[in-house]
Design a protein around this ligand. Structure first.
Ligand SMILES: [Zn+2]
Length: 242
């Protein structure tokens, strides 16, 4: 095979491998972001429970103060009932007492409701805090793992880049700039194999005449349809994909 063509095929394969690291790294980071987002969501839910408990406790305090006021009112009514004399006054006091007792009962109900609410939110809080701790642990473990994997990926990428750079120093500069021009629009498919007599970049059929030139592999040939460099795959590669 033409030496330059062989080098271009290798460079192109290394370039494609290097590009494939991008999505791999991105996938790792996306996974981490997902775990982090879940932890943030849980933290918000924990905060919401803490706020709800605080609010309920503050309401409970107010209700307890109100309850004390109502109780002292009842005491007042009891004291007054000793000194009132007319039936009208007695009736007025009875009404006052009745209202105070109703309010006490309502306030007690409210306090019970708040106690139940606090109990519920506190039990939710225990579960959520446990979940959050678990999630934060998972995030931490994942971060460590991903850091390791990214190191491995970067190392692999570095090695491939080294191999590619090595060939680049050997390849004819004109051939290289020709490749780089195609790469600008074709990306990682600047150099593609011909399979079943079709270009694997644009998938158009190659004429018999061009195809026979390709089979000789003596020069760098571009696809007449799309302009990518095309080559006939080696037998072993064909078998590999079969
Ligand atoms: Zn083509």
């Amino acid at each position: 095979m033409n030496k330059s063509l062989e080098q271009l095929i290798q460079i192109s394969k290394f370039d494609a491998q290097i590009s494939s690291f991008g999505p791999q790294i991105e996938a790792q980071n996306e996974k981490l972001e997902m775990f982090k987002a879940e932890a943030v969501k849980l933290k918000k839910e924990v905060d919401a429970r803490v706020d709800a408990i605080e609010e309920a406790n503050s309401k409970k305090t107010k209700n307890n103060i109100h309850l004390d006021e109502l109780k002292s009112k009842l005491e007042d009514v009891a004291k007054k009932s000793d000194i009132v004399s007319t039936a009208k006054e007695v009736k007025a006091l009875q009404l006052e007492e009745e209202i105070a007792r109703e309010q006490i009962s309502f306030t007690n109900e409210e306090i019970t409701r708040l106690d139940n609410l606090i109990e519920l939110k506190e039990s939710e809080l225990v579960d959520l805090r446990a979940e959050l701790a678990e999630e934060e642990e998972a995030v931490e473990a994942l971060e460590t793992n991903i850091a390791k994997e990214l190191n491995v990926l970067n190392e692999q990428r570095g090695k491939i880049a080294e191999q590619r750079d090595e060939i680049i120093t050997q390849v004819d500069t004109k051939v290289l700039s020709f490749y780089q021009k195609i790469k600008r629009w074709a990306g990682d498919s600047a150099v593609v194999p011909v399979k079943k007599q079709a270009c694997y970049g644009c998938f158009m059929k190659i004429s018999d005449r061009t195809y026979s030139t390709i089979l000789q592999s003596e020069e760098i040939i571009t696809c007449p349809h799309c302009g990518r460099v095309i080559y006939k795959e080696l037998e072993e590669e064909v078998e590999e994909e079969a």
